[in-house]
Design a binder for this molecule. Structure first.
Ligand code: SF4
Length: 255
């Protein structure tokens, strides 16, 4: 599934309310530094790391402003302006400039809306990306596994970075972010895996303890996945994991 415009919705979101989506990636293909086996946009091709032909800053700013004016005129409420879309939004080379301009547009049209970005955390080595994410209310950063083995299975990184590097970059936020994890099990080519089981769960718990995010969001599978033979974790199992995180004093939601 690919979004067909830069600004889309608003769509009803359980966690974000009326959420106006922003897609900084092309409408014809996904661009991402991961190739997650559960990605609702489908598989990432090697060539889909190429960010040379993304929308210009001007195109993005104009599309967002046009949409905000339209929503305002139609009296449509917006609770969150949310970067998600066809891949990894922070791969846009002018992500910081886009955030800076959006902060002005938000003040002008929807001063009460929060700004959210769903990110896979791989661009956090860039100072400009960390600066941009520190300016918004809701940086929701992915960490599906804390062992290299499970991270490689689930996220299939196309960019050369280890899960330990990602955890080191997340540390730089000093807890000022929301951590998002998708728990599920499956069978890849006859090899079973489950990121909610040991030793992977303990390592993930250790990482949460170390990072102390202001909130944790836990998910299971919801939509069709490119890899076959993936299974949901039960709500009861998800709740047991959530309880372990809440015991650290970290607010945790299960979706
Ligand atoms: S990080 Fe997000 S967009 Fe990229 S492959 Fe994973 S689920 Fe898809």
């Amino acid at each position: 599934m690919l979004w067909e415009s830069i600004a889309f919705g608003p769509i009803k979101s359980r966690r974000l309310g009326n959420s106006l989506g922003i897609n900084l990636l092309p409408v014809v293909k996904k661009i991402c530094s991961f190739d997650c086996i559960y990605c609702e946009c489908g598989w990432t091709l090697e060539s889909n790391m190429d960010t040379s032909q993304l929308y210009s800053l001007q195109e993005v700013n104009e599309a967002i402003e046009t949409k905000l004016i339209q929503c305002k005129n139609d009296q449509i409420p917006i609770d969150s302006i949310t970067f998600s879309g066809n891949g990894e939004p922070t791969m846009h080379p002018q992500f910081l400039e886009i955030i800076d301009h959006l902060l002005l547009l938000r003040t002008k049209y929807y001063p009460n809306a929060i700004i959210t970005c769903l990110s896979n955390s791989t661009q956090l080595y860039r100072e400009d990306v960390r600066e941009a994410l520190s300016k918004i209310e809701n940086p929701i950063l992915k960490l599906d596994a804390a062992t290299e083995e499970m991270y490689q299975i689930i996220n299939n990184p196309l960019q050369n970075c280890s899960v330990d590097q990602i955890i080191d970059w997340l540390k730089l936020f000093k807890g000022n972010f929301i951590l998002q994890t998708l728990f599920f099990s499956g069978d890849l080519g006859g090899v079973p895996f489950d990121n909610s089981k040991e030793p992977h769960l303990s390592k993930w718990i250790d990482a949460v303890q170390l990072l102390q995010p202001k909130q944790v969001m836990l998910y299971s599978l919801d939509r069709e996945t490119p890899a076959q033979n993936l299974n949901k974790i039960s709500v009861e199992e998800m709740e047991l994991i959530a309880q372990k995180v809440r015991a650290m004093g970290i607010p945790t939601s299960v979706f």
